[in-house]
Design a protein around this ligand. Structure first.
Ligand code: GCU
Ligand code: CA
Length: 754
């Protein structure tokens, strides 16, 4: 896949004509076209300068020989005064137009020669091997025509696209982090798309200068820092690991003003790859000979027939299964109309008549399309400027991409955190051997929340049987061969955990429902971020989520005081009491055992009001963290425990047949004898209730005090919660003793579990 950068024909070459050459200084060709340059006054020097832009290796041998001869002729005629400089250049240009470009085919053949038959099904390998042989023959044929070169490329890409890999593997997509390419360099790619040519995915987007600034300092906003750096292309087989290939366009390519919202199509007739982008106030077309080529500027289209205004609002490129390419877009001003246009089949250098498929008076942007099970979906965001929003969907009702669509609805799952705090960017549909999965490539480009620019968040969308579902996961694993995906091991199950989705001050924070009192978000989040959650004394919010069973850790940054409670589907509450602090402090509760089902995270304000940010609820593993895969419970009333008090049963909610009510005295204790499979750290959960003020205890292991634990008030003697301590145990039998440090004695102790 190595891309060889070569000396290339000058980018303005296709626009040079004899008549233009006659002008000493040409006028600009169009508002967004490449600036014309002053021409040399010496016609012979101009000719040889032009000829030097071409390289023999890029063309078939026969066409190069004719070209070289014609160039020499033209030079000779001009030298002898038998032709004017302009005539000489015209003759030269005619010869250049007859050149048959073979470089793009060479690149493809070299790439595909690296595939190994053992990795694919025999049935899919055979036609591919044939196409590769044909393509290689055409590439080596000195007399190959441009049509034959284009056909060989198309045949090879088609056979490669049909290769069926024997097995894929899961690779991990981690959102809410900056992404790097396979060389470890930052990926700067925004507002583009992923296109599959042959068996390879190519990701094109814009590298804006502001993306570098944002990455260097994510704790301030970068309003409108969208100066154009380049259009990089990355390649991948698994849609997760991206190899940087080339900058297909740069500031030297001739794009001016705003550049963004681009896509690339392959044209079967010309054998050219065409990049279509917003540039200035129109739609610009660039061409390359391979997906990773240096693309050259060709033309700009201002008006699309049937579009009320020139240019487009937002736009993306969609290629249907039959190979037909479309532009999906809204009109530039107001953005109320959603359009789907064909891209001209003959050369892909023109956008055809606009067909309106949707209308919303409020305006929509981030328009992008995907297809799943023969239905076309057009998605868009609210029109509020590089902000996160729910994703709005219209879907085709007759299987016709330019036919009727439903009314708009909100993509389920995007309302909880405004599409994982993004705006719709583009989609990648993967038709796997096991299932189809659509990747929602969201663009977190929200100046208001200091998120952006160039911050990619990719999420899976699946068809559930009753419609689409957007899965807002911070980490997931994807298999691009089978199309299967699963939640990643480090996924944060809390949505809108950084309280940034709303971007403005609100009293109902997206994703968090108010249980009462005064709540909202405030400016000044943890670690330099913009916003935090504020829950006043006696107030609360909660969020519910589906979790698999496991051992979880809750993390949160806090100021003020209050509590965060995680309640499992079994009704058991795990309480993180937040002591008062005036500066941000990281708080954590480990060893939270949750059964599969709906968990509830509740945030309650204490006397100092609670400011909280950067919530996380992450699964640590299967069980209780002691490594043996299943936890053992030691009841306080059980045979291996003793209680300096009475075993009572008068406060509901205990496990087993009762609990230890220790005497109200310093030193009164509950003691357990436990077995450890091996020596080392063990996470012990202590279940207790405390209807009085906070109480404390020493944790005494095998006779030595190793820790102290505080048991906060739980609200009533009937409310049982779990407190976690970590201690070192010997292999085999150990004693764990909780001894009261205050004259009130212990709270009521139900059991310990490890
Ligand atoms: C109450 C409560 C007991 C508890 C005791 C205490 O009497 O009913 O279960 O142990 O308070 O303060 O320790
Ligand atoms: Ca007691």
């Amino acid at each position: 896949m190595a891309h060889l950068s070569r000396t290339r024909p000058n980018r303005w070459r296709p626009l040079i004509t004899a008549s233009l050459f006659a002008l000493a200084v040409a006028a600009p060709l169009s508002a967004v076209g490449p600036a014309a340059e002053a021409e040399s006054a010496d016609p012979l020097a101009a000719l040889s300068e032009q000829a030097a832009q071409y390289e023999a290796a890029d063309y078939t041998a026969d066409s190069w020989a004719s070209f070289a001869a014609a160039t020499a002729d033209a030079e000779g005629l001009v030298e002898q005064g038998d032709a004017t400089g302009a005539e000489g250049l015209a003759a030269f240009q005619d010869a250049a137009d007859e050149l048959v470009m073979v470089r793009g085919l060479d690149t493809l053949v070299a790439d595909y020669e690296t595939r190994a038959p053992g990795d694919y099904t025999a049935a899919s390998w055979a036609p591919f091997a044939d196409a590769l042989t044909t393509a290689s023959d055409v590439a080596g044929d000195p007399a190959a025509t441009a049509t034959e070169v284009a056909a060989a490329k198309t045949g090879l890409q088609t056979a490669a696209a049909d290769l069926e890999a024997l097995q894929g593997s899961f690779a991990t997509i981690t959102n809410d982090t900056f992404w790097n390419d396979t060389d470890g360099n930052p990926i700067y790619s925004q507002g583009g798309g992923v296109f599959r040519f042959g068996d390879t995915y190519y990701w094109y987007g814009v590298h804006y200068r502001g993306a570098e600034s944002y990455r260097e300092n994510p704790t301030r906003k970068f309003d409108n820092e969208v100066s154009f750096v380049s259009i990089p292309v990355y390649s991948s087989q698994d849609l997760v690991n991206w190899k940087f290939e080339n900058d297909v366009a740069t500031t030297g390519t001739g794009l001016y003003g705003w550049v963004g919202r681009l896509g690339v199509v392959y044209n079967e007739n010309t054998g050219k790859y065409v990049l279509i982008t917003q540039a200035g106030s129109g739609v610009a077309f660039l061409q390359g000979d391979s997906p990773t080529d240096d693309f050259t500027y060709v033309t700009t289209q201002g008006q699309i027939e049937g579009n009320p205004t020139e240019g487009t609002g937002d736009q993306t490129v969609f290629t249907d299964e039959d190979g037909q390419d479309y532009l999906v877009y809204s009109n530039a001003h107001g953005r109320a109309h959603a359009f789907v246009s064909k891209i001209r089949s003959s050369d892909s250098l023109h956008i055809e008549r606009a067909v309106e498929v949707g209308y919303n008076g409020e305006g929509r942007e981030g328009n992008a399309m995907f297809k799943l099970d023969d239905t076309y979906y057009v998605a868009a965001s609210d029109l509020h400027g590089w902000n996160s929003s729910v994703s709005h969907i219209i879907e085709s009702t007759s299987g016709d991409i330019q036919g009727d669509y439903t009314n708009e609805y909100t993509l389920p799952g995007t309302e909880m955190d405004y599409s994982h705090v993004t705006q719709t960017g583009f989609f990648v549909t993967v038709e796997g051997t096991e299932q189809d999965t659509v990747i929602f490539a969201g663009d977190r480009w929200a100046d208001f929340a200091w998120n952006g620019i160039g911050y990619n968040q990719w999420l899976p969308i699946t068809e559930t049987g009753s419609g689409l579902r957007f899965h807002s996961v911070s980490q997931w694993e994807f298999n691009a061969v089978t199309g299967e995906w699963r939640v990643g091991p480090e996924n944060n199950y809390i949505l809108n955990p950084d309280v940034q989705a709303d971007r403005i001050i609100v009293s109902d924070v997206t994703g968090w429902s108010r249980t009462g009192g005064t709540v909202g978000n405030v400016e000044g989040g943890a670690n330099g971020s913009r916003f935090a959650l504020r829950v006043n004394n006696g107030s609360g919010v909660r969020q519910q989520m589906e979790v698999p069973s496991g051992d979880y850790t809750l993390g949160v940054y806090t100021k003020g005081s209050g509590r965060v409670t995680v309640t499992g589907a079994d009704g058991e509450a795990h309480v993180l009491n937040v002591p008062s602090s005036s500066n941000w402090a990281k708080r954590e509760l480990t060893g939270i055992e949750l059964p599969a089902g709906t968990a509830t995270v509740t945030v309650s304000g204490g006397s100092g009001n609670l400011t909280a940010d950067q919530f996380s609820l992450v699964r640590q593993g299967e069980g209780d963290g002691d490594g043996d895969g299943d936890s053992v419970r030691y009841e306080a009333e059980g045979a291996s425990a003793s209680c300096d008090g009475t075993i009572d049963a008068n406060h509901a909610g205990y496990s087993g047949s009762g609990f230890c009510n220790s005497a109200n005295a310093t030193g009164s204790a509950a003691q357990f004898t436990v077995e450890a499979a091996e020596a080392g750290a063990a996470t012990i959960q202590i279940r207790y209730a405390n209807g009085a003020s906070d109480r404390g205890a020493n944790v005494v292991v095998n006779g030595s005090t190793v820790a102290s634990a505080s048991f906060a008030n739980t609200g009533s003697w009937d409310t049982w919660v779990t407190k976690t301590v970590t201690v070192q145990l010997n292999a085999g039998s150990n004693t764990i003793r909780l001894a009261a440090t205050g004259s009130e004695g212990l709270p009521n102790i139900d059991y310990i579990e490890m």
